[in-house]
Ligand binder design. Sequence first.
Ligand code: TRP
Length: 338
Amino acid sequence: MTRANRPTILTGDRTTGPLHLGHYIGSLHARVRLQHEAQQFLLLADTQALTDNIGRHQRVTENVLEVALDYLAVGIDPMKSTIFIQSQVPELAELSQYLLNLVTVARLERNPTIKEEIRLRGFERDIPAGFLTYPVSQAADITAFKATHVPVGDDQLPMIEQTNELVRRFNNTVDRPVLVECEAVLSQVARLPGIDGKAKMSKSLGNAITLGATPDDISKAVNNMYTDPNHLRISDPGQVEGNVVFTFLDAFEPDLQKVEELKTHYRRGGLGDSVVKRMLNDRLQSLIEPIRARRRELAEDRAEVIAILRRGTMRAREVAGQTLSEVKSALGLTYFGN
Ligand code: TRP
C-alpha cells in the first residue's frame, strides 16, 4: 500500500477512567495492529468527557494521562500513531461550531446513542446543550482529520451515520468536496461482559479488570466471577453459556482446543469452578503482567509521556488546521487572506 492511499483512522476514548480488559479485547488490540497499516490518530477525548462530567472535571483531566499510559503500555507506538488531547486542538471546537448549523435539535434528540445516554444519566429535560450536541463535536473529530475509517463499538454506529450526514450537508452547502465520508470498522469480537456477568465491563459499574490491575486484583476478580449458580457440586453438570469464566477464556485463551475440552468436561460434570478459574487466572496474570510493568515504568517518566502527548497534539493541530483552512475558505471566512 502506498502512503497516498493508506486509510486514515481516527478513534479515541473518553478520559473518564483508566482502560480495562473490555477495551483491550474490543479495540486496543486492533489499534496496535492497525497502526502498521494505516495512518492512525488516537484521541484522548477529554472535551467529550466534560459534556457530562463538568462537576467532576478533575477526574477527567487526571485520566488523560492514565489512558495515555494504557495506550503506550499495550504497544501503541507514538512513532506510528498520533496520540493527542482533544481539548488542546482548538480547531476541533471551531469546526464543531460550523457543523452545528447543519443539524437540527430534533435530529440530535433522535440520535439513539444520545437518547440512551440521556436515559441512563436521568437528564430528562435538564440536558446540557454540550451533551446533546456532542455527536457534532465527534463529527468534527473525525472530519478534521479526513478520517476514512473509524473503529467503534456498535453503540457508536449512530455517531458515524450522523457524521456522514454532516459531511454531505457541508459539502452540498459549499458546493465542494471539502470533508470526507467515513466508514465504521466494527470490532470482530463480542463485547466482554463484566466479572459479574452484566452485559458490559465498565469501571463505573465496578465490574472491570483494569490494565494496571495488581496480581491480587486479578485473582480476586477471577474468584468473584459469575459462573453457573446451579453448578453446586463438582459432579453436577455445569452450564458454559453466560458463564463469565468461559466467556473470558474464549476471549483470552489462545489454545482453543483446550477451551473446548474444558467446556465438554464442565458440561458433563466433574470439573470444578476452581480448576477453570485457576486456568483463567494464570492466563490473565501473564497477559497483564507485562502491560502493568510497562505502565509502571512509563508512569515514572511522566515528563516523557507529556512530551509524547505534546508532539502528538502538535501534529494533530497541523492536520486539523489544514482542514480548517479549507473549511473556512469554502465558507468565505477569509477576510485577511488565507
Ligand atoms: N465517543 C467515544 C467514547 O465514548 C470517544 C470519541 C470521541 C470518539 N470522539 C470520537 C470515538 C471520534 C471515535 C471517533 O469513548
